[in-house]
Design a protein around this ligand. Structure first.
Ligand SMILES: [Zn+2]
Length: 213
């Protein structure tokens, strides 16, 4: 069964996690892209919207072993919420009728690492190589990457630092889920009516495994 043919959010989540099991087991489905292209040319009806990082190690459709027409994929560095990512998710649930929203963070996230390093250094994120919009990504981590949450970071070993960054990335996923709900009237309403689900998850770049948070 194609993901796009299932709309129940619990069933969709189960299908996505089963797809991730196939991905990590090295047994993905055979994807007939030509068939999918032909069947979706006239219109789309995806069953999930996934907000994830731009990281090249987190290719969303492959991670969940889904195909053309199955998911709306919103990608922004650090999988943080902003006006345009939130608008994209609102379109998915409020216009297209998607019932499953997933915020997918990942381990070893460069955006989370940069945010942690900036906070520990006590600096505002600086403009590097004329990347004048990049600090807005780092700023997105401010609610979770605080001097208090990172008090033990500077004196930690490298492995422990990586674990702290992964924990910040996980907290960012939870914060982003809450932000989607608090900032969007349509997401908030559909969630309270039991129509949609908003789920946080983390992707492990070392194993390929997705774990719900
Ligand atoms: Zn990332």
């Amino acid at each position: 069964m194609k993901l796009q043919d299932e709309k129940n959010p619990e069933a969709c989540l189960k299908m996505l996690l089963e797809g991730n099991e196939r991905y990590t087991a090295g047994t993905p489905q055979a994807h007939d892209f030509q068939e999918r292209i032909a069947n979706t040319a006239g219109g789309q009806s995806p069953s999930a919207v996934i907000l994830s990082c731009i990281d090249s190690r987190v290719p969303v459709e492959q991670v969940f072993d889904v195909s053309v027409g199955d998911v709306f994929s919103v990608r922004v560095a650090g999988n943080i919420s902003g006006t345009k990512s939130l608008g994209s998710i609102e379109y998915a649930v409020g216009v297209s009728g998607v019932q499953l929203v997933i915020v997918l963070g990942h381990t070893r996230c460069g955006a989370a690492t940069a945010a942690v390093e900036a906070v520990v250094a006590g600096e505002n994120p600086s403009v590097v190589n004329e990347c004048v919009h990049l600090p807005s990504i780092i700023d997105g981590f401010k609610p979770v990457a605080t001097p208090e949450s990172l008090s033990g970071y500077a004196g930690s070993e490298a492995g422990d630092k990586a674990a702290i960054v992964d924990e910040i990335a996980k907290q960012n996923v939870i914060h982003t889920c809450n932000t989607l709900i608090s900032k969007s009237p349509v997401i908030s309403r559909l969630l309270s009516e039991g129509t949609i689900q908003v789920i946080g998850a983390m992707y492990d770049v070392a194993s390929g495994k997705v774990t719900l948070v």
